[in-house]
Every structure is written in structure tokens, then in C-alpha cells.
Design a binder for this molecule. Structure first.
Ligand SMILES: Nc1nc2c(ncn2[C@@H]2O[C@H](COP(=O)(O)OP(=O)(O)OP(=O)(O)O)[C@@H](O)[C@H]2O)c(=O)[nH]1
Ligand SMILES: [Mg+2]
Length: 453
């Protein structure tokens, strides 16, 4: 474990700012106990308290005025989240109290924490690796059960373990190649060329499997953007309202009702869908409607999936469909025929027939949406899934290096090239876990955290 004791002690509010039943102020670093003791009146000094114990007492200012009754939890290094000495002060959830306590602590040589600094210290002290630190942000930001599960697996170290295994295989293989180089004069073979090629191919295959989970992982983590698009009056807004179970968008029999793009989120079977209701697309002289229609086209371009909506009265609009497939892939389009309650429509073209008025057919729509969003993939809860673009890019880099090592070994070229490529691939994998990282990467990752985390 690479313990990096930091000089300074930091403080931040760990719970949301504002009024609440309880707020928690977190302090971490070598001066945590001494500083807290200076403003805390309890039965014993925190400096002498056993780790993982809770102490009741009062926070008092210099003139001895009581600020609040609090409970302080004590965590001694290395058994705390950050790996340092830590206290967590639970106060009444009043912003004035919190401000006062933080001021008292900063007057005792403690400084305000930067965003993500607690988690960064946990990483620097070897409590968690980089993928786990990133999982902490994902857990906090998770908007759906599916993304929470993915982040949970990552925090549990599923991804790290897999990456470590692959990296170890790479290092072992390159060691053989390097040994052979050392003994080049003696003509001893440590690994024959066929075995070497087999090993490299195996690792490439494993990396490809991980890369293949990315689109699924991204859907789990970020949700799916889905645009509701079609001619005016086909019932786009009605369908949005039906899905949301509320009268969110204005619905009327007048074509051209919706002007702005309306964005709402909904959870369907634990997956997050971001719905974009748009202005009906037609040729319009109206300036405002024209702007709305331009935004509808933008929404199509930005969407992961498009619900192309028609109704049984107007039928399937081939011209608009042709336009849509110039804006997005036809695989992304789900053809919806609405207002099935008015007339029989089985001769019309559609993936799903439904009624936004009665809800008939919407279950089928949801299952198609889910299937398309996950591209037919459904990994088990135990699967290692890549959902972070940084991890994806590192894996791509490793794969490129391995491909080049493969070509070199297939052409029986010098082992030196092979070993360099294998080592570079190993470094790319190390970057994922954070064994090799630049300050830039770290700053970039931890700046995304909120203060207090
Ligand atoms: N019978 C029936 N009427 C529907 C259905 N869905 C929508 N309507 C009616 O169709 C009309 C248009 O509905 P909207 O939801 O405003 O249509 P839109 O596609 O959002 O229209 P624009 O915003 O103008 O592009 C309204 O009068 C709705 O009540 C349906 O499934 N069945
Ligand atoms: Mg509308």
C-alpha cells in the first residue's frame, strides 16, 4: 500500500447544504483530533478516543458560547475512508451552525477541502484504486437502479480485478520475451512463437469482450436519449404525457401545438430514459414554429433512439421517414402508429401499434425501447461492464499495442519490439486502475466530485 500522509487537514460539509434534520461535517488529516478537541466539550478528549466510536458533546466558540449539541464519530488511520485520522461531526441541520463550526475549524489551521479531495486522499493512500474512486462519483450521481448496480460492481472492484488479471498476463508474457532477449547468445527458448501468439490473441480477445460491453455500460450509466418525432397532430405530446402519467405537455387538436423541445426523464424497468417531445415536422411559414422544427431535427441527431410517430388517420409518412434516415441510422428508429382506438390499422407500416389515449400497446413499446437501448445485450449482474469513456479509451490503446505485438510476432521480428508493445499495453491497463497516472488525469477526475466527497 502506498501511503502518502498529507500535511494538511481538510474540512467540508459532507451532506447537502441547506436545512435538514442532521448535517455532517467531515474532517480528515493529521490534526483532525487536536483541532476538533479545541472546539468540542465532551466526556473525553477525541485524541484519546478509540477508533469507530461516537461521542456526544457540545461545540463551543472562543468566548465559550455553545454553538450546538453534536455527535462526533472518530476514525483512526488507516481505518477510515481517506486512510487518515478523521472525524465526522453530526450537527443539527442548520446552515448557520454549519458555517460557524467550519469557521471555528478553519481558525485552527484546517483548510477547506477541494472537490473530491477526501476521495482523492483515499486513492493516494491506497484505500481504493482509481476505478473505485470513479465508482464513488457514479454511485452519488446514479439516477437509475441499473446505473447504481453497475457503479456498485465497480466499487466492489470487479473491473479492477479483471484489469489486474489481464495486466499480470501481459507482464508475464513480456518477461518471457525479455528473458529470451537476455539469453539471445545461448539460443535458449523460454516461450515458443506459437505459444506467444496464442497468449497475445487470448488477451486481445478478453479486451475485446470488455470493449463490447461499453455501449451497454454507457446506457446503464447515462440513460438513453429518446426523441418523439413526427408530423404535427399525430399524438407525440399525448404519448409523452401518457408515459409520464402527468399532463406535462400541452395537447390540442390544432396542428403545431408544441414549439419548444420538452425534456423529461422516466424510469422504465430500472433504466433511465430521457424523453424529448418535439414540434411536429412540416413546412411552416411561421417563424416560431420554424425554429421549433429546426430543434426537432437537432433532437433527432442527438438522440440514441427515435420514436417516429404516425397516426392511423394520416398513415405512414414515407417522406418524413426518408428525411429521418438522413439524420440518424434506421436502426435507431422505432416506428409507432398511434390512435389505434380510432380505426383498424394492421395494413399500415409500424413496429408497434398503440393508443396514447387508452394506453393500449404501450407495454409493447416499452419492451421494444428496452431491447433497442440494450442492443439485445443483457449482461448478468456479475458481469464486468465498462461504462466509463476513460476506461474504454485505455482498453482501446492496450488493444492497439497488442495488435502491433501480434503482427511483429507473426512475422517473427525482433523480440524487442514485441516486449515494448506488451509493456506499453500493460501501462495502458495500469492507467485504468491508477497505478500510472499523471496529475492532469487525477485533477480531471476529482474535479468532477462535489465538495465534501
Ligand atoms: N383518439 C385518439 N386521439 C389522440 C390520440 N393521441 C392523441 N390524440 C389526439 O390528437 C390530437 C393531437 O395530439 P397531440 O398530442 O397534441 O399531438 P402532437 O403530435 O404533439 O402535435 P404537435 O405538437 O402539434 O406536433 C389531440 O386532439 C389528441 O387528443 C389517441 O391515441 N387516440
Ligand atoms: Mg405536441
Amino acid at each position: 500500500m502506498n501511503r502518502v500522509f498529507t500535511e494538511d487537514t481538510i474540512v467540508a460539509l459532507a451532506t447537502p447544504s441547506g436545512v435538514g434534520a442532521i448535517s455532517v461535517i467531515r474532517v480528515s488529516g493529521p490534526d483532525s483530533f487536536v483541532a476538533a478537541d479545541k472546539i468540542f466539550l465532551g466526556k473525553i478528549k477525541l485524541l484519546h478516543a478509540v477508533s469507530h466510536t461516537i461521542h456526544y458533546g457540545q461545540i463551543v466558540d472562543e468566548p465559550g458560547l455553545v454553538i450546538d449539541d453534536v455527535l462526533i464519530s472518530v476514525f483512526r488511520n488507516p481505518n477510515s475512508f481517506t486512510g487518515e485520522d478523521c472525524v465526522e461531526i453530526s450537527t443539527h441541520g442548520n446552515p448557520i451552525i454549519i458555517k460557524k463550526i467550519i469557521e471555528l475549524l478553519t481558525a485552527k489551521n484546517i483548510r477547506l477541502a477541494e472537490p473530491g479531495e477526501f476521495t482523492k486522499r483515499a486513492f493516494l493512500n491506497g484505500r481504493i484504486d482509481l476505478t473505485q474512486a470513479e465508482a464513488v462519483v457514479d454511485i452519488i450521481n446514479s439516477r437509475s437502479e441499473a446505473s447504481l448496480r453497475g457503479a456498485r460492481n465497480q466499487l466492489d472492484g470487479l473491473l479492477s480485478k479483471k484489469i489486474n488479471d489481464l495486466r499480470q498476463q501481459l507482464i508475464d508474457t513480456s518477461s518471457f520475451v525479455e528473458l529470451e532477449l537476455d539469453f539471445a547468445e545461448e539460443d535458449i527458448e523460454f516461450i515458443d512463437n506459437t505459444e506467444l501468439i496464442k497468449r497475445i490473441k487470448n488477451i486481445i480477445r478478453e479486451i475485446e469482450k470488455l470493449l463490447a460491453t461499453y455501449s451497454f455500460g454507457r446506457v446503464l450509466r447515462d440513460g438513453i436519449n429518446i426523441a418523439l418525432v413526427g408530423k404535427p397532430n399525430v399524438g407525440k405530446s399525448s404519448l409523452l404525457n401518457y408515459i409520464l402519467k402527468e399532463s406535462r405537455a400541452i395537447v390540442s387538436h390544432i396542428p403545431g401545438t408544441t414549439r419548444d423541445v420538452i425534456r423529461e426523464e422516466v424510469l422504465i424497468d430500472g433504466l433511465l430514459f430521457r424523453l424529448f417531445d418535439t414540434a411536429g415536422i412540416r413546412t411552416s411559414q411561421d417563424e416560431v414554429e420554424g425554429e421549433g422544427i429546426m430543434r426537432s431535427r437537432e433532437a433527432v441527431k442527438n438522440a440514441d433512439l427515435v420514436l417516429f410517430i404516425d397516426d392511423v388517420e394520416q398513415g405512414f409518412s414515407y417522406d418524413l421517414y426518408d428525411e429521418l434516415i438522413s439524420l440518424t441510422s434506421s436502426n435507431n428508429i422505432i416506428k409507432v402508429m398511434n390512435k389505434i382506438d380510432i380505426a383498424e390499422a394492421s395494413t399500415l407500416e409500424a413496429d408497434v401499434f398503440l393508443s396514447a389515449k387508452t394506453g393500449f400497446g404501450t407495454e409493447k413499446l416499452f419492451s421494444i425501447m428496452k431491447e433497442r437501448a440494450l442492443s439485445g445485450e443483457n449482461y448478468s449482474e456479475q458481469s464486468t461492464i465498462v461504462s466509463n469513456v476513460r476506461h474504454y479509451n485505455c482498453l482501446r490503446k492496450a488493444k492497439d499495442n497488442l495488435n502491433s505485438a501480434l503482427i511483429t510476432s507473426e512475422n517473427k521480428l525482433s523480440g524487442e519490439f514485441i516486449s515494448v508493445d506488451l509493456r506499453t499495453a500493460a501501462v495502458a491497463l495500469s492507467e485504468i486502475i491508477g497505478d500510472v497516472t499523471s496529475d492532469d488525469i487525477l485533477n480531471n477526475i476529482f474535479s468532477k466530485f462535489c465538495i465534501g466527497k
